[in-house]
Design a binder for this molecule. Structure first.
Ligand SMILES: Nc1ncnc2c1ncn2[C@@H]1O[C@H](COP(=O)(O)OP(=O)(O)OP(=O)(O)O)[C@@H](O)[C@H]1O
Length: 295
């Protein structure tokens, strides 16, 4: 039986020089067994539409060629379908691909896709939007919104955004959070919610997270003095930031948040900044809702 594989390429992800041709791919996927289609996203969010078309065109595998943003757009159309998601990491951070141990080397990533071994992973949902890697409010959303204003989507641009954001970010929003059977108010510097154990660039705020356990890993970092911030940053590079007093880790199937002053939330979702129209958030998991090819 012929396997119908559609590749959706984000030409501007990562270094911004991505292209894959059908001729090139036909060298890997022999015509007796595979039918290859290549599509290129022409603008932001176009991959959602392209992936929806591919599902309608009865693709068996849809391969997201880009970073976490592209994966988010393509995978959103594959959730709760029989379509299997493949990934060729072409982004800057590539957090989800790294969690799934998919190499950046295109030949190796293609060999993994050809082997077609897949697992079912959880999918996060924040209000009506899906995420696959992580979401968050507070400092990380602020960093991402600054990062998106920079011309380059590389690590250097990200580091510059972190430095600018450290100077500008004010931690003053009281947030009521409800999870398990607890409700309380926090004023977080960072409230990070993750499905995956990697954020990208091999860094992690939630190194114990699993894509299949039905649980969200939540990290709450309180307002920190400059000195404690430096300790946090040092421990973060050692993936031991939970050692810092006041930093909390929570595992929960869902969490709700409400801005006490009634302001709407700005979030980041798989590395893209989004301003919500709501001052309340509900985050939950759709357990094992996405089939994804793994190494
Ligand atoms: N042709 C295009 N022109 C402009 N933007 C595009 C185009 N195609 C896709 N995009 C947008 O590019 C953005 C960045 O993509 P993506 O997240 O995959 O790359 P990245 O940011 O380099 O990687 P990562 O998220 O892993 O760090 C996404 O928001 C996507 O909607």
């Amino acid at each position: 039986m012929i396997t119908n594989i559609h590749f959706i390429v984000n030409p501007v992800a990562g270094c911004g020089k991505n292209s894959l041709s059908e001729d090139f791919l036909n060298g890997y996927f022999e015509a007796e067994n595979f039918q290859v289609v290549v599509k290129e996203s022409a603008y932001a969010k176009n991959a959602i539409q392209l992936a929806k078309q591919s599902v309608a065109e009865k693709a068996d595998i849809i391969v997201a060629c880009g970073g976490d943003g592209t994966i988010n757009e393509v995978a959103s159309s594959c959730v709760h379908t029989e379509v299997v998601l493949g990934i060729i990491p072409m982004g800057s951070g590539n957090g989800l691909a790294s969690n799934l141990k998919i190499p950046r080397d295109i030949s190796k990533a293609l060999a993994i896709i050809k082997a077609k071994a897949f697992i079912e992973i959880d999918t996060g949902m924040i209000n009506n939007e899906l995420f696959f890697s992580n979401t968050g409010i507070g400092f990380d959303a602020f960093v991402i919104s600054n990062f998106e204003k920079k011309p380059t989507r590389k690590l250097f641009g990200y580091v510059r955004s972190v430095i600018t954001s450290l100077r500008k970010y004010k931690c003053e929003e009281d947030i009521e959070i409800s999870y398990l059977s607890t409700t309380r108010t926090v004023c977080p510097f960072l409230l990070f919610v993750s499905n995956s154990n990697e954020m990208g660039y091999k860094m992690s705020l939630t190194p114990k997270a699993s894509l299949q356990d039905g649980l969200l890993d939540v990290l709450i970092v309180p307002k920190l003095s400059f000195f404690r911030m430096m300790i946090f940053a040092f421990l973060f590079f050692l993936k031991k930031h939970h050692w810092l007093k006041g930093v909390e880790e929570i595992c929960t199937p869902s969490i709700a948040m409400k801005n006490v002053k009634g302001a709407n939330f700005m979030i980041q979702k798989d590395g893209e900044a989004v301003v919500l129209k709501e001052n309340t958030i509900e985050i939950k998991l759709l357990h094992k809702a996405l089939k994804v090819i793994i190494a």
